[in-house]
Design a protein around this ligand. Structure first.
Ligand SMILES: *Cc1c(COP(=O)(O)O)cnc(C)c1O
Length: 245
């Protein structure tokens, strides 16, 4: 298996570079690893994760064309939204609390972390109230680490089946978080497993034609995610540098 040319260096995590330089490095890697995987770089979308990032850096990212932004806390995102252009597409990537479902549906364009029928029904109700069809991805926990959230693999099909009946939600695919600090083989097995699970859903429920996305790959492991078929990368530090929090 290939190893990363830049490894997990400070450079990759953006130490000392501006957003523009970081983004150049990320783009080069997306092109390089897409080629290795015989995929088109245009088929890979980057969500710039802005948690803990100051507004001026986010504005830099937007001016470079990074208009899909990810947040994992509703309150923090709501503070930023009025300060940034309206064309930004907001993705909620964090753990969803039921009492935040309304705000998520109202202010975000997509959720990456649906992991229970309960929350699905709450989102459905809120989306119906707002007369919207709300795009969601289901998060699968493949590392067994509780803190990461996500549905267990064994429960995935029944959750998909249930959510598919909710007419105000649009099922877009799957999301996972790789093992933090994992070695290439371990990380790739997890990403590859997510792809297999998506294919299984596509086979079992071909009527859900929108079920195509694989949101996987963060700053330390996105090249491997590209090799395993990621369609959405969620990148924070690789673009903005180390977070101060
Ligand atoms: C913070 C976060 C990211 C981005 O993490 P980096 O390691 O900074 O790229 C991606 N996904 C989720 C769910 C996150 O919370």
């Amino acid at each position: 298996m290939d190893t990363l040319p830049l490894g997990r260096s400070k450079t990759l995590a953006g130490g000392g570079y501006g957003v523009g330089e970081n983004w150049e490095i990320v783009k080069e890697k997306i092109v390089l690893f897409s080629q290795k995987a015989r995929r088109k770089p245009e088929d890979i979308k980057v969500v710039a994760v802005t948690k803990g990032v100051e507004i001026s850096k986010i504005e830099d990212a937007i001016s470079l064309g990074l208009v899909s932004l990810g947040e994992n806390r509703v309150q923090e995102a709501l503070k930023k939204m009025p300060l940034l252009p309206e064309e930004v597409e907001w993705h909620f990537v964090g753990r969803l609390q039921r009492n935040k479902a309304k705000k998520v549906v109202k202010f975000f364009q997509c959720l990456h972390s649906l992991d229970s029928i309960d929350k699905g029904e709450e989102l459905e109700k809120r989306a119906r109230d707002l007369n919207k069809k709300f795009p969601v991805l289901i998060q699968v926990n493949l590392t067994g680490r509780e803190t990461q959230g996500g549905v267990r693999e064994e429960e995935l099909l029944s959750l998909v089946y249930h959510v598919a009946q909710l007419s105000h939600l649009e099922l877009r695919g799957l999301m996972t978080i790789g093992p933090v600090g994992g070695e290439e083989q371990e990380v790739r097995e997890i990403f590859s497993r997510l792809r297999e699970l998506k294919e299984e859903v596509n086979r079992e429920m071909p009527q859900i034609t929108s079920f195509q996305e694989l949101s996987m790959g963060m700053s330390d492991d996105f090249p491997w995610a590209i090799l395993e078929g990621a369609t959405i990368l969620r990148l924070g530090r690789a673009i903005f540098g180390e977070r101060s929090e």
